[in-house]
Design a protein around this ligand. Structure first.
Ligand code: NAD
Ligand code: TYD
Length: 347
């Protein structure tokens, strides 16, 4: 199979590209990435060194560039597109929505349009559970839950989902949409909850918890998400929408405390030390209270289920960040420092 993967230098894309090339010796991947602050070409350097020019091709560019997309699809005889490329951080979308509309809406539409016109047999659009909005204390999102996005980020993702739906209904184009819950694992940019907390605990900096800390997220290891995306790529029905999640709900404050305790233990600090760094800060505007995913369709129709327990996954993730502090230092140098100062004050 010859895949065009977009956003392959980001968190989930990196994990997906490694998984696919390791698992399938005959697979070819073209990775189209704009290298925004969140994209790091060096994540995949070992692949460039080993498979560059044969099974792995990195292309620096924008999914909104129709000519470039058309050239890549023709030149590499692409069988399927997997679109991970996006602006992905809710807090940044609150500060400025424009890049979100440009990439997540117009970029996705451009890529979809080119893929359809050139007859690419399959298109997987990677979306998010956040398009459903927020839940009360009970219930879960199913694929039939009405879309009710609350943040500029989720509104941009929901817009692209609607365009994908229209391409199936109008042209019969073979597009699938995946809607996954919060991911964690290696290579996640430290603006997101878990890696931000890990970094600040290691550096003994305040741990900013929004509002009362009781918002709930449903966490899934990135390798289980990657496997689910492959399952949809291979077996998803045309026009199909698939919720992906791990039945693993946590209140933010509980996850922060857990990460504190696991790191205290690994760093030889007295139990309870890092919990003392927790600082409740002003809530995120429009902060969704609870996400929870019903992934029955993925299990019953496509036979996917998560394989990684949270206990194992979070431990491995913490160990990865401890072993890769140089990576964290590199991706958080420069512009990230300005972002952090604006967002949280201080350093
Ligand atoms: P990320 O921010 O870590 O990476 C995004 C990647 O896309 C970066 O490499 C960036 O350089 C690239 N990119 C951005 N704009 C681009 C453009 N115009 N053209 C080409 N490349 C561009 O994001 P992530 O966490 O890896 O998320 C990947 C996808 O999965 C996104 O579509 C996101 O909405 C979705 N998703 C993420 C999560 C999560 O928990 N992280 C959960 C569900 C769904
Ligand atoms: P985040 O990782 O940004 O993912 P999302 O908003 O897409 O779910 O945030 C996860 C949860 O953690 C969310 O409820 C907001 C909260 N949060 C904090 O409390 N403090 C922080 O510094 C960050 C980044 C997030």
């Amino acid at each position: 199979m010859r895949l065009l993967v977009t956003g392959g230098c980001g968190f989930i894309g990196t994990n997906f590209v490694y998984m696919m090339l390791e698992k399938h010796p005959d697979m070819v991947i073209v990775n189209l990435d704009k290298l925004t602050y969140a994209g790091n070409r060096f994540n995949l350097l070992p692949l460039e060194e080993r498979l560059g020019g044969s099974r792995y091709h990195f292309v620096h560019g924008d999914i909104g560039n129709a000519e470039l997309a058309a050239h890549l699809i023709s030149a590499y005889k692409i069988d399927a597109v997997v679109n991970f490329a996006a602006e992905s951080h809710v807090d940044r979308s609150i500060a400025d929505c424009s890049p979100f509309v440009r990439t997540n809406v117009l970029g996705a539409q451009t890529l979809l349009d080119v893929a359809r016109r050139l007859g690419v047999p399959k298109f997987v659009h990677v979306s998010t559970d956040e398009v459903y909005g927020t839940l009360g204390p009970t219930g879960k999102f199913t694929e039939d839950t009405p879309l009710a996005p609350n943040s500029p980020y989720s509104a941009s993702k929901a817009s692209a989902d609607m365009i994908c739906r229209a391409f199936y209904e109008t042209y019969g184009y073979n597009v699938c949409i995946t809607r996954c819950s919060n991911n964690y694992g290696p290579y996640q940019f430290p603006e997101k909850l878990i890696p931000l907390m890990i970094r600040n605990i290691i550096g003994q900096q305040p741990l900013p918890v929004y509002g009362d800390g009781l918002n709930v997220r449903d966490w899934l290891h990135v390798k289980d998400h990657s496997a689910a995306v492959e399952t949809v790529l291979r077996r998803g029905a045309p026009g199909g929408v698939y919720n992906i999640g791990g039945n693993n709900e946590w209140r933010n404050i509980d996850i922060v405390n857990l990460v504190c305790d696991l790191l205290d233990n690994r760093l030889g600090r007295p139990a309870g030390t890092s919990r003392g760094l927790v600082t409740f800060v002003k809530d995120r505007p429009g902060h969704d209270r609870r996400y929870a995913i019903d992934a029955t369709r993925m299990r019953n129709e496509l036979g996917w289920e998560p394989s990684c327990t949270f206990e194992q996954g979070i431990g491995e993730t913490i160990d990865w960040y401890l072993a890769n502090q140089e990576w964290v230092g590199e991706v958080t140098s420069g512009a990230y420092r300005d972002y952090y100062r604006k967002m949280y004050g201080g350093r």
